[in-house]
Write a new protein. Structure first.
Ligand code: PMP
Length: 427
């Protein structure tokens, strides 16, 4: 649009407006907003519901799953999560069914109780604001957790290898008010990148100014590969040990996008001393969590290899959706050069960047045409994308037909908004 004459551009805008009106007349109601597995994917886990019956033995490693006890979680379910994360089972504690719930709880533990005997952060905050680093674009619910506790969220640039580590190091090592950083190290939400070995090593080698600083390593997409050549993430606790550090990382994961979202197993792994600190906190708020669900998971998915085989089935369902996004965006926008997008090898999202100042207008026009997207700006702390370019596309849930229709709307919106922006620059 930038290279058109003004007459050509006006004609193009008129054409695009007509296209948009045609789409509006269809009265669509489609949703590309949240990273939910499709019903087809979820159905693949239905056989797990048959793993237990009224006649089943409900003991696991000598523990009765049908009663109180074993607050760290059933032995076989802990072993499963340790195997998935490639960490020492001794330092894995299972929570309820939501990793986000554990993350929020662990953040509040530092705020209310204090990390490993440090002064509670709520008291430290009376002397000046405490900060959480938010690699952006990132996951909006992470940012909500730290803001909800009372932290000031500070954006840090995300690149193709992970967060800008020079900036992370400067902030973490220079400012004792920095208490945490959110990381989705594999198939990051939303950019889809996996942290490089160098990024993991630099994270693991941080020497924080604050003794109660921790890295919140949310390995939500650890087994969520879409291709036969998956990204490899360096195991973080090994890197921490290599760097001569110890108590630096809390790692999280869940089976939400492995079996049934919201009805699975969630875990946190930490150093031995940090895991004890968290056990003491969890021990106040619950006797134990849902071991029947843990047992069903462990019986049906006994180890990481079984999980990977199951995830390969899910990838077969997801892959055509990601391929459709790639094809529609390339066909509709490739030649224009006004937008870029990610080409993830796993995870749940495509991260889209339009021209500067376009994202809010695109999302709002798409909503008018009946296509719901994640709110523009949601991938930044406080919903404030400074360049207003980033939009998160979540292609997993809609059927291929619905996704195709939604992408046609999205492309039409990007084209019209981009053309109008180019025109406004000339006015
Ligand atoms: N972390 C990330 C990075 C996610 O994308 C999601 C779900 N969209 C979650 C955590 C939520 O996981 P859970 O269901 O275990 O709370």
């Amino acid at each position: 649009y930038e290279s058109m004459t003004t007459e050509e551009l006006d004609a193009a805008i008129a054409q695009l407006e007509a296209d948009v009106e045609r789409l509006r007349a269809k009265g669509l109601s489609l949703d590309m907003a949240r990273g939910k597995p499709s019903p087809e994917q979820v159905d693949l886990s239905r056989p797990m519901l048959d793993a237990l019956a009224s006649t089943s033995d409900l003991t696991d490693g000598g523990v009765d799953a049908a009663n109180y006890g074993c607050p760290d979680g059933l032995p076989s379910a802990r072993a499963l999560m340790a195997d998935i994360l490639d960490v020492d089972v001794a330092n894995v504690v299972l929570g309820g069914s939501s990793s986000l719930n554990i993350m929020s709880d662990v953040v509040l533990h530092g705020w209310v109780k204090g990390v490993r005997g440090c002064e509670p952060q709520v008291l430290q905050a009376q002397r000046g604001p405490l900060k959480f680093l938010c690699p952006s674009p990132g996951y909006d619910r992470h940012f909500a957790v730290s803001a909800n506790a009372g932290f000031e969220n500070v954006p840090v640039a995300m690149g193709p290898d992970g967060p800008d580590m020079d900036e992370v190091r400067r902030l973490v090592e220079g400012d004792p008010a920095v208490k945490g950083i959110w990381c989705v190290p594999k198939y990051s939400n939303p950019t889809g990148i996996t942290y490089s070995d160098e990024t993991v090593r630099r994270m693991a080698a941080l020497k924080p100014a604050a003794p109660d600083f921790r890295i919140f390593w949310d390995n939500a997409y650890v087994v969520h590969d879409l291709t036969d050549t998956p990204d490899e993430l360096l195991e973080v606790f090994g890197a921490v040990a290599e760097a001569g550090n110890d108590d630096l990382v809390y790692e999280f994961a869940s089976t939400s996008k492995v079996t049934f979202p919201g009805s699975g197993i969630a875990a946190v792994a930490a150093s031995a001393a940090d895991a004890d600190d968290l056990r003491a906190w969890f021990g106040i708020e619950r006797v134990c969590c849902d071991k029947i669900t843990q047992l069903a998971h462990a019986r049906w998915l006994p180890n990481a290899a079984a999980v990977r085989a199951h995830m390969a089935e899910q990838a077969r369902v997801l892959r055509p959706r990601f391929e459709l996004v790639e094809r529609k965006l390339t066909e509709g926008l490739g030649e224009l050069g006004c937008a870029t997008w990610s080409h993830p090898k796993g995870g749940y999202f495509v991260s889209f960047d339009g021209p500067e100042g376009s994202a809010k207008a695109i999302v709002s026009l798409a909503a008018e045409l009946g296509v719901k997207m994640t709110g523009a700006g949601a991938t930044w702390p406080y919903g404030c994308d400074p360049r207003d370019t980033n939009i998160r596309i979540a292609p997993s849930y809609p059927t291929l037909d619905d996704l195709s229709a939604a992408l046609d709307v999205f492309v039409a919106c990007v084209r019209l908004v981009s053309a109008r922006l180019a025109r406004a620059k000339r006015a």
